[in-house]
Design a protein around this ligand. Structure first.
Ligand code: ADP
Ligand code: ZN
Length: 216
């Protein structure tokens, strides 16, 4: 199974990906996670990407495309993959088309997670993350037992720099301007399906099961 998840920041792409991965042995490729790992490890890629990420801007297409292309040729992608946060621009989508063509594979579905901007702002300003293990918390719905300390590993629980409200507004603008047009791009290829992001953490998994059942 090869799928793309498209959704605004905070639409819950990562959460949906996690529930899918528990059922299907496919690679979860989150360009945001790969970039953050590079920033943390202070690689050249990370040093280049950091400024863009902290201000909510997109990292240049050429950088992202090269990163995804090399990731897609790793062995764990043989069984399929889920792309989370990529493609995010028209040039990225076109580059992905040529990569897939080169590899002689095609996408099964592009799933659009639909969510309201104000819900995103509310969700992301209350989101916190463990600096050490990446566990996600929420100050309202899922606070750490001891404030600022990870339940799982004892690491520091912090707010991502790009989860500050002004940065979130920027990321939403970037989403509407650059990424939302991809919805029409994939609709015209007849592989787009839309789901309401408020439908719970398994909505995408359920949809995929239904499509499989229907022989898709
Ligand atoms: P979200 O979907 O919540 O905005 P991500 O974790 O997917 O967050 O991405 C965080 C940041 O990483 C983005 O704001 C952007 O700077 C950068 N990034 C991630 N994926 C891409 C991409 N495909 N193209 C350009 N920049 C990207
Ligand atoms: Zn932790």
């Amino acid at each position: 199974m090869r799928i793309i998840l498209i959704g605004a920041p905070g639409s819950g792409k990562g959460t949906q990906a996690e529930s899918i991965r528990q059922k299907y042995p496919i690679a979860h490729i989150s360009t945001g996670d790969i970039l953050r790992a590079n920033v943390k490890a202070d690689t050249e890629l990370g040093r280049n990407a950091k400024g863009y990420m902290e201000s909510g801007k997109l990292v240049p297409d050429s950088v992202i495309v090269a990163m995804v292309e090399s990731r897609l040729t790793e062995p764990d992608c043989k069984e399929g993959f889920l792309l989370d946060g990529f493609p995010r621009t028209r040039p990225q989508a076109e580059a992905l088309d040529s990569i897939l063509e080169k590899l002689s594979i095609s996408l099964d579905a592009v799933v659009q997670l639909d969510v309201d901007d104000e819900i995103v702002v509310q969700r992301l300003t209350t989101r916190r993350v463990c600096k050490s293990c990446g566990e996600i918390y929420n100050t309202v719905f899922k606070p750490a037992k001891v404030e600022g300390v990870c339940d799982k590993c004892g690491g520091d629980v912090i707010q991502r720099n790009d989860d500050k409200e002004s940065v979130i507004r920027n990321r939403l603008t970037v989403f509407h301007e650059q990424t939302a047009p991809l919805i029409d791009y994939y609709r015209s290829k007849d592989i787009l399906v839309s789901v309401d992001a408020a439908g719970g953490k398994d909505v995408v998994l359920k949809l995929l099961e239904k499509m499989k059942g229907a022989g898709k």
